[in-house]
Design a binder for this molecule. Structure first.
Ligand SMILES: Nc1ncnc2c1ncn2[C@@H]1O[C@H](COP(=O)(O)OP(=O)(O)OP(=O)(O)O)[C@@H](O)[C@H]1O
Ligand SMILES: [Mg+2]
Length: 383
C-alpha cells in the first residue's frame, strides 16, 4: 500500500477519474488539501461540486477563475497549512469561449462566432465538450506555471472511458466530414448563403424563428479559420496527458461492478500509454474488530446491555449485514490489487457523514495520506 503523497512525488498533474458518484470530486478536493497542507501551491479544478462543498471552499459559481481558499478557514478547522490551496469550478462553456477568443484571427471573427446561435448551442451541447474543456483549462493553467500541482476532477460520465475519449471526439467533430462539406468554398454553406432564401428556407425560418441556415453558414465560415489552431492545441493537450509528470488516479467503489470498471479503466489507460498512478477505493466498509472479539453470542450480549431483546435482535442483524459487507469489500479489494498488479491501492472508509467541508476533507486525508503504520492499522480495521 502507498499513500497519495508517495504516488504524487514529482508530479505536476493529478487526474481523478472514475464512474459516476464514486467520490471523484470529494477525492480531488481532499488530495489538493492534503498536498497543499504539506507545502505545495495546489489548485483543484472541480466539476459540479456539491453546493456545500463549494461554499466551504469559498468557490464562486461559474467564475472559471482559480480563487485561493482563505487560510483562516484552515486555522478554524485545526488544519496545519504549509502551502496554498486554490480551487475553481470548471465552466465548460466559458472555457470554450476563451478558446475561441484565443484561436480567432481577429476580434471581428471572434465576436461572429461567440454571438452565433449555432455556436452557442454547440459549445454547451457538443458531446464530450465538458470533458475536453476540463483538459483545456488544465493545459492553460499548466502552461501558466503558477502552481506546483494541479488536481483535476472529471465529469460524471456513466462510463469513465468517455473522459479518455473526449479529445478524440472533439477533434473528430472538427475534422469531420460534415464540417468539411460545409466549409469548402463551394460547399453547402457558400451555396446557401449565395442563393439567398428559397421558398423552403423561408418556411424553415418561420418554423425555427430565426435564419437557421444563414446562422449555420456563418458559423462554419467563421469557424473554419480556427480549425488548424484547435487541432494543434488538442494534440498538445493529449501530449500533456501522456507526460510522465501527469498521474491518473482511478477512483472506484468497493462493490463488484465498480471494481470491474476500475480494472477495465486501468487497462484502457495502459493501452493508451497514459500514466497510471494508483487506485482509490472509496466508501469501504471495514470489519468491526472489537465487537467481533467481544462475544460469540452477540445478540445475547446486546440484549443484556440494551435491556430490550427485540432491539438487540435488530442491532445484531444489522451488525451481521455490515460484517458481510466488510468481508465482501475486502475480497473485492484483494481481487482488484491482484488484477492490477499494483500496491498502490488506497482505501477510504464509508464515513458516517457526507463530506461537505474542510473538516470532512481532512478526515478523508487521514486515509489518503496515512503513514505505513497507520496503513497497517487501517487494513486490520483498527483505525
Ligand atoms: N468516504 C465517504 N464517506 C461518506 N460519504 C462520502 C465519501 N466520499 C464521498 N462521499 C459523499 O458521496 C457523494 C458523492 O461524492 P462525489 O460528489 O465526490 O462523487 P463524484 O464521483 O464526484 O460524483 P459525480 O460522478 O456525480 O461527479 C457526496 O455526497 C459525498 O459527500
Ligand atoms: Mg463530481
Amino acid at each position: 500500500m502507498s499513500a497519495v503523497d508517495e504516488i504524487l512525488e514529482g508530479k505536476d498533474i493529478c487526474i481523478c477519474a472514475g464512474s459516476g458518484g464514486v467520490g471523484k470530486t470529494t477525492t480531488s478536493a481532499a488530495i489538493a488539501l492534503g498536498m497543499a497542507a504539506r507545502g505545495l501551491r495546489v489548485c483543484v479544478l472541480t466539476i459540479d461540486p456539491a453546493k456545500r462543498l463549494a461554499d466551504s471552499l469559498g468557490m464562486k459559481e461559474l467564475g472559471n477563475e482559480a480563487e485561493r481558499v482563505d487560510p483562516v478557514l484552515f486555522e478554524r478547522q485545526g488544519v496545519e497549512m504549509k502551502g496554498e490551496l486554490w480551487a475553481m469550478m470548471l465552466d465548460a462553456k466559458a472555457t470554450f469561449d476563451e478558446l475561441v477568443a484565443r484561436q480567432a484571427p481577429d476580434e471581428e471573427s471572434r465576436d461572429r462566432v461567440l454571438e452565433n446561435r449555432i455556436y452557442q448551442q454547440i459549445s454547451s451541447a457538443l458531446a464530450g465538450s465538458q470533458e475536453y474543456m476540463a483538459m483545456e483549462k488544465l493545459f492553460e493553467l499548466h502552461t501558466e506555471g503558477r502552481f506546483d500541482l494541479l488536481v483535476l476532477d472529471t465529469p460524471p460520465t456513466r462510463n469513465a472511458l468517455d473522459f479518455l475519449d473526449a479529445p478524440r471526439r472533439l477533434t473528430q467533430f472538427i475534422e469531420g466530414r460534415s464540417l468539411r462539406v460545409f466549409m469548402k468554398p463551394t460547399g453547402l454553406a457558400a451555396r446557401v448563403a449565395g442563393r439567398g432564401a428559397s421558398a423552403a428556407l423561408s418556411v424553415l425560418k418561420r418554423i425555427v424563428g430565426f435564419d437557421l441556415i444563414a446562422d449555420l453558414a456563418e458559423f462554419f465560415n467563421a469557424f473554419s479559420g480556427m480549425v488548424d489552431g484547435f487541432q494543434a492545441r488538442a494534440r498538445r493537450v493529449n501530449g500533456l496527458l501522456a507526460d510522465e509528470r501527469t498521474c491518473f488516479l482511478v477512483v472506484c467503489g468497493p462493490q463488484g461492478e465498480p471494481v470491474d470498471e476500475a480494472v477495465y479503466f486501468h487497462r484502457k489507460l495502459v493501452e493508451a500509454k497514459l500514466p497510471f498512478g494508483g487506485v482509490i477505493v472509496n466508501k469501504v466498509h471495514y470489519p468491526a474488530e472489537r465487537l467481533r472479539g467481544d462475544a460469540v453470542d452477540i445478540e445475547g450480549a446486546l440484549a443484556a446491555r440494551l435491556g430490550d431483546e427485540d432491539l438487540a435482535r435488530r442491532v445484531a442483524e444489522n451488525f451481521a449485514d455490515y460484517q458481510a459487507l466488510a468481508e465482501r469489500d475486502a475480497r473485492n479489494i484483494a481481487r482488484l490489487t491482484e488484477e492490477l498488479r499494483t500496491s498502490a491501492v488506497i482505501r477510504v472508509p464509508y464515513l458516517d457523514e457526507d463530506v461537505h467541508d474542510l473538516g470532512g476533507l481532512a478526515e478523508v486525508d487521514r486515509y489518503l495520506f496515512a503513514s505505513s503504520e497507520e496503513r497497517v492499522a487501517i487494513a486490520a480495521g483498527r483505525a
